[in-house]
Design a protein around this ligand. Structure first.
Ligand code: PMP
Length: 276
């Protein structure tokens, strides 16, 4: 069961117009929610980010917060979802192709859930990554449908036989194609500040809270790709990847080549907080 344009509907019955501005311009915004034990993870934080993105791109949300949460909960319920994700996007609506905001169009909300298991194997065994220039625009804090640079980066990773791309702007590490990045050096946890150059990840914020609780000192400071390669531990954070170690970057082994102690403590604390 999906939700599209004010109704719960089967996927096969959804009719999407070619005039949807999501197609012409990527003119829309989205969120991916995680569901653990049938419950939305960090729902409020996702809603705040959705509202902020909507306001920054001047898109009027068609429902208020409670109504959106209610739609998500109904989808979870209708689909008997225990563990998975809910994808939700809102486009600026349907109108003949022209750049200015259409006078008449109503924003359109699409939402559905998918059964997605936790990526236990990569959480335990880590992943490999390559670095690449960050070619995105200067509002990476907004969660919009314009994901072509992220798509190209992710495909480049797969083409190189690795799972993720670490993006940098002239040598300063920002984040990854679909996750935030953190590194540990001399027991300090470093990550790029939450400004316009990265997405303000929900799990990034959770991990910084957990680090604080575990008395790991956090430095929200930019660092370079050279510093990254010298790190003791490197990991990514994200709603679907949770906390996943990166063990090899551009062919170079990071730390001991196994998930590091601070990464493991954070993942254990994450599980204790959200999964028990
Ligand atoms: N950065 C980018 C570019 C992403 O696409 C994602 C995943 N949505 C993240 C970071 C992680 O954000 P979150 O923790 O909210 O999933």
């Amino acid at each position: 069961m999906y939700f599209y344009k004010n109704e719960f509907i089967h996927k096969k019955d959804i009719q999407i117009s070619p005039d949807d501005r999501g197609y012409y311009f990527g003119d829309g915004i989205y969120e991916v929610f995680r569901v653990y034990n049938g419950q939305i993870y960090e729902g409020e934080a996702h809603m705040q980010r959705l509202e902020r993105t909507a306001s920054e791109v001047r898109l009027q949300l068609p429902y208020n917060n409670e109504e959106i949460i209610d739609i998500i909960n109904k989808l979870i319920h209708h689909n008997n979802l225990i563990e998975g994700t809910v994808y939700l996007q809102i486009t600026r609506g349907e109108a003949p192709r022209a750049h200015p905001f259409p006078a008449q169009a109503e924003p359109i909300l699409l939402a559905y859930c998918s059964e997605v298991k936790r990526p236990l194997s990569t959480i335990q065994n880590g992943i490999k990554a390559i670095t690449q220039p960050d070619i995105r625009w200067l509002r990476c804090d907004l969660k919009t449908l314009n994901l072509l640079p992220n798509v190209l980066a992710k495909q480049a990773a797969l083409d190189h036989g690795v799972q993720e791309v670490i993006l940098h702007r002239e040598g300063t590490v920002t984040e990854c194609s679909a996750s935030n990045l953190m590194m540990v050096k001399d027991h300090l946890l470093y990550t790029h500040p939450a400004n316009h150059l990265i997405l303000h990840g929900i799990t990034r914020a959770v991990v910084l809270r957990l680090a604080h609780a575990l008395q790991v000192q956090v430095k929200e400071e930019p660092f370079t790709t050279e510093q990254l390669l010298q790190a003791d531990e490197v990991f990514i954070t994200g709603t679907t990847v949770e906390i996943t170690s990166i063990l090899l970057i551009d062919g170079q082994v990071i730390g001991t080549g196994t998930p590091g102690p601070i990464t493991q403590r954070l993942q254990a604390e994450f599980e204790r907080t959200f999964l028990q």
